[in-house]
Design a protein around this ligand. Structure first.
Ligand SMILES: Nc1ncnc2c1ncn2[C@@H]1O[C@H](COP(=O)(O)OP(=O)(O)OP(=O)(O)O)[C@@H](O)[C@H]1O
Ligand SMILES: Nc1ncnc2c1ncn2[C@@H]1O[C@H](COP(=O)(O)OP(=O)(O)OP(=O)(O)O)[C@@H](O)[C@H]1O
Ligand SMILES: [Mg+2]
Ligand SMILES: [Mg+2]
Lengths: 259, 259
């Protein structure tokens, strides 16, 4: 149960920030963690200091467009400056994959084929997805055991939830029957506003115990860390952002032990 | 010069908030304004109170998949509760268009074909685009005379600019040779942080006079207004958000007169 997709088609809700910082916080507890960047913006790749880098066999684009199984899947993996944290990098060419994957056989299973070979090497695999419900996100949902949904407590983000839940139901109905929600994370939370409180109430009513107790506050150190190519737990370990993602990692591991 | 696409493939930077509130602020000055929702999330549609509604001839999905020119293009247009503000609504089915448009003839010109017929009826046409650089955004760039780029002054948003500028250059090189930047708008600005100030400096250096003097502050009334289906200029006209978008409309009109 160790492949998790961080997804929400609403833009700017904290998907990449969550994928990077939860990955780093889990690595700090001793887990071997792989971060997979499935967004053509390649923000997760640059956020861990690997901007513009390619692994021996290339980037995630190359992994998705293979014509036969890779001899050594670890050739798609790059080490980062954070101990026990590795990444499969993305690059600009990934934007073309939405269209180029369409005629390929088993187009929704391309990522799963590679990640299933890598499962034994890692305790946790986290996939960062783009803000859309196209073939790249579909590949991430088919490759995953669970989905972690970052949610910004605002009206448009709430509106998008119905689409996401609908897409997950369709994926569960065919391509990946065991897919389930790992958790819902409230991000950039501003509980001083009525709007923030109202939306948080609605979300807890709908997702109940799936909503993490840990809530990520708005903290500028989280926005600064990527420009240094470092997770916030390395960039500023005493910041509220680092503390929040460390507490999320603890809650995440507790849930895993309970399974 | 009256078709403007509000675009930035980075998610959550304020594209929809800008499209809705600039449209409403322009309508308040006496302009007849059409808002076109090209995002499958349909946030612009619900933000002006038209959630789930279809025009006589359907939604923007129907306009894009026509097999012959529409007898009456105004059949795609809905009135809103704001005077002189109309909308071409989007719906969930638009998500399929990214793939369904691919085999159609002149797939990048489908939106342009409809909007060119509507130009005489409106002073300004504003297009809200999704957070991606696929066929829907491409259609919006080909249909437009100018591009308005909302920018959140943070690292990932700055990183994405190079991709956006590259895509615009490719569109200018073939599909739409006269496409130009109308302006760059700094949104959700927090100039108390070093990060905000640093990024704003970089953006002004790169885009120079294209950057609007008007800067949109973070203001919770902007996030609340869509849950009431109203532009902020109607929901709370005295708020800092409403004032900022009203001053943007003034600056926008001044630039138009200068052309
Ligand atoms: N808790 C937080 N406090 C402050 N800033 C944050 C926080 N979380 C994310 N950010 C910043 O907000 C912006 C959006 O976050 P991020 O890029 O992680 O969202 P995303 O969902 O991955 O966006 P996209 O939809 O474009 O992939 C980024 O500039 C990020 O640095
Ligand atoms: N100046 C502002 N102050 C406060 N909240 C804002 C501001 N501008 C936008 N918002 C809120 O921030 C969130 C993101 O804005 P918006 O949805 O307009 O961005 P977008 O670029 O259209 O996102 P997407 O990439 O998903 O289309 C929304 O919840 C919106 O209400
Ligand atoms: Mg992201
Ligand atoms: Mg939007």
């Amino acid at each position: 149960m160790n492949v998790i997709t961080v997804t929400n088609q609403k833009g700017g809700v904290g998907k990449t920030t969550t994928a990077i910082n939860l990955a780093a916080a889990l690595a700090a507890t001793g887990d071997r963690v792989l971060l997979v960047d499935m967004d053509p913006q390649a923000n997760a790749t640059s956020g861990v200091g690997c901007k513009g880098q390619r692994a021996a066999a290339g980037t995630v684009y190359d992994a998705l467009t293979l014509t036969e199984p890779p001899a050594s899947p670890l050739d798609f993996v790059l080490a980062t400056s954070t101990e026990r944290l590795s990444v499969i990098p993305a690059s600009r060419e990934l934007a073309g994959a939405e269209v180029e994957l369409i005629p390929l056989p088993a187009r929704e299973y391309r990522l799963k084929a590679v990640l299933d070979l890598l499962r034994p090497q890692f305790d946790t695999i986290l996939i960062d997805s783009p803000p859309s419900l196209g073939l790249l996100t579909l590949n991430a949902l088919v490759a995953a055991d669970r989905v972690l949904i970052p949610l910004h407590c605002e009206y448009f983000a709430l509106e998008g939830l119905a689409d996401l839940v609908g897409t997950m139901r369709r994926v569960r109905g065919g391509l990946n029957p065991t897919l389930d929600v790992e958790g819902v994370l409230l991000t950039m939370n501003d509980d001083r506003t009525n709007l923030g409180q109202q939306v948080a109430r609605d979300v807890r009513e709908f997702f109940r115990e799936k909503v993490y107790h840990t809530v990520i506050p708005r903290n500028v150190r989280l926005a600064e860390a990527p420009s240094h190519g470092l997770p916030v737990t390395v960039y500023d370990p005493k910041s509220r952002g680092a503390e929040a993602y460390t507490s999320l990692a603890t809650e995440f591991l507790k849930r895993r032990q309970a399974v």
